[in-house]
Design a protein around this ligand. Structure first.
Ligand SMILES: [Zn+2]
Length: 212
């Protein structure tokens, strides 16, 4: 009898733990997993920034593909990419795709460039039409923190500008994983090990946001 009591108690604690670990994002009704859409910026005829022969679109895709393999086999999460090859996808179509597949969030991966080679580090953007209570800010902050923690890159913070993500109501953010114009950072961005750490950071930020 005592054994049964312990079993019931253990089961109750286990169920409570599951309920609590659901975190701040509720799983959609009937769904067994969260669907997350990851976007590799640019593609095809749009290379993004090109610095010292490095094309941003290739780096964006390499990181997105690493994130996809990190997520494979992770229970509770289904990651889909807007592109898996070097092709251009219309920007509004990217967020429409996320809506069609029932995604709970949309995250776009980019690399930055500017005229000052001394500017280095990570920034995450939210569209400037989003109100202060929009969950996109929490998503952006979670990704920003986790990528900086994982890579040790300078934290240039969460920022806002006009983005095509205004065409969806989904929580959405755009991470600029580093500056191609910063010579030391460009060397790191080309290193597969560093790309993996960026992917791990983004993945962790998504898990943190979803409370997984
Ligand atoms: Zn870009």
């Amino acid at each position: 009898m005592a054994k049964l009591g312990i079993f019931i108690l253990t089961t109750a604690i286990w169920l409570l733990a599951i309920a609590l670990s659901a975190g701040n994002a509720a799983l959609p009704e009937g769904a067994r997993y969260f669907t997350v859409v990851i976007d590799a910026g640019h593609g095809g005829e749009d290379p993004g920034a090109i610095v010292a022969g490095v094309r941003e679109k290739d780096l964006d895709l390499a990181i997105a593909l690493r994130l996809l393999s990190l997520a494979q086999g992770f229970p509770g999460l289904r990651v889909l990419l807007t592109r898996t090859s070097d092709r251009y996808v219309d920007l509004v179509e990217r967020v429409r795709f996320a809506e069609r597949v029932g995604a709970v969030l949309y995250l776009s991966i980019h690399a930055n460039a500017c005229s000052d080679p001394g500017v280095c580090g990570v920034e995450t953007y939210v569209d400037n039409s989003r109100p202060p209570d929009d969950p996109s800010w929490a998503l952006a902050q979670a990704v920003q923190w986790a990528v900086c923690a994982e890579t040790g890159a300078p934290d240039r913070g969460v920022r806002t500008q006009r983005l095509y993500m205004r065409h969806t109501g989904l929580p959405a953010a755009l991470v600029e994983v580093g500056y191609l114009t910063c010579p030391t950072e460009r060397r790191k961005l080309l290193d597969p090990g560093y790309q993996e750490r960026i992917a791990q950071g983004i993945f962790q930020g998504i898990l943190d946001f979803l409370g997984l």
